[in-house]
Design a binder for this molecule. Structure first.
Ligand SMILES: Nc1ncnc2c1ncn2[C@@H]1O[C@H](COP(=O)(O)OP(=O)(O)OP(=O)(O)O)[C@@H](O)[C@H]1O
Length: 244
């Protein structure tokens, strides 16, 4: 992928070949500037690839794929400020990939419960903490019934405890919805905790440096999973790869 500016060109990713199966939870890690966000923007169809091809569900994409939804780090800008939390989730339902069966009120309540925001349905985004706003953004994305959920440093802007809660929210949602998740993070611990497969990008954007199956037992749990010998082994190996 080459970014073409007026004065110069920056090639962010090259020789990248990656295949992600339906229903996988894949984390993408790597040094700052290695192209993680570029990869996600390409998958989201927001950035047209300057070379190569991206297929979602076997179809080459030429814009945002209908079955994909994105959650970015900047939660403050991802919600509609004039709508309540419930109104934002309802918006997700109304623009769903496949029209959801059932009563919309019940579905809104379901997604709010899933992210632990049942008590905040009538509040506006500016009345919520950062972690709550991000939960609302996740509920809205899930309400759209995506088959592919793209998350870019989605939990980086919140405090450590809210981050742990959000990690468990997304694990629950993934287990329930069977959606494919591609999760970009600079946090190796988060990658190993969440995913079954961790893709390490080459520091200078030369494709994939390593593609590691972690496959820790599920369900995951914040304390016990992080103490597993396999968790610690993958964490150490991945840190060595990224820091090298
Ligand atoms: N809009 C843009 N125009 C020009 N160059 C860009 C643009 N966006 C990103 N780049 C460059 O592409 C490369 C990859 O950037 P990208 O943001 O994808 O990396 P990243 O791995 O997500 O970084 P970080 O971990 O710091 O967020 C970098 O060299 C960056 O400077």
């Amino acid at each position: 992928m080459t970014y073409r500016g007026r004065r110069r060109e920056v090639t962010a990713l090259r020789d990248l070949s990656l295949r992600i199966g339906a229903g996988e939870f894949v984390a993408v890690v790597g040094r700052s500037g290695c192209g993680k966000s570029t990869l996600l923007r390409l998958l989201s169809g927001l950035l047209p690839a300057s070379a190569g091809e991206i297929r979602v569900a076997g179809e080459p994409i030429d814009g945002p794929p209908r079955q994909a939804r994105c959650v970015f780090q900047d939660y403050a800008q991802s919600l509609l400020p004039w709508k309540t939390v419930a109104g934002n989730v309802r918006f997700g339902l109304r623009h769903a990939y496949a029209a959801p069966a059932g009563d919309h009120d019940a579905l809104v309540a379901h997604y709010l419960d899933l992210v632990g925001l049942g008590h905040a349905a009538d509040r506006y985004p500016w009345e919520l903490s950062g972690g709550m706003q991000q939960r609302a953004a996740i509920a809205r994305a899930l309400a759209a019934g995506p088959r592919l959920l793209l998350m870019d440093e989605a939990f980086s802007g919140v405090d450590a405890l809210s981050r742990a809660t959000l990690q468990d929210v997304i694990l629950r949602a993934w287990a329930e919805a069977g959606v494919t998740v591609v999760f970009v993070t600079h946090d190796i611990d988060e990658a190993v905790y969440l995913a079954d497969r961790v893709v390490v990008l080459h520091p200078e954007g030369h494709g994939v440096l390593a593609d590691v199956r972690t496959d820790l037992p599920r369900p995951r749990e914040q304390v016990t999973t992080r103490e597993l010998p396999d968790f610690l082994r993958h964490r150490r190996d991945l840190l060595n790869l990224v820091l090298d």
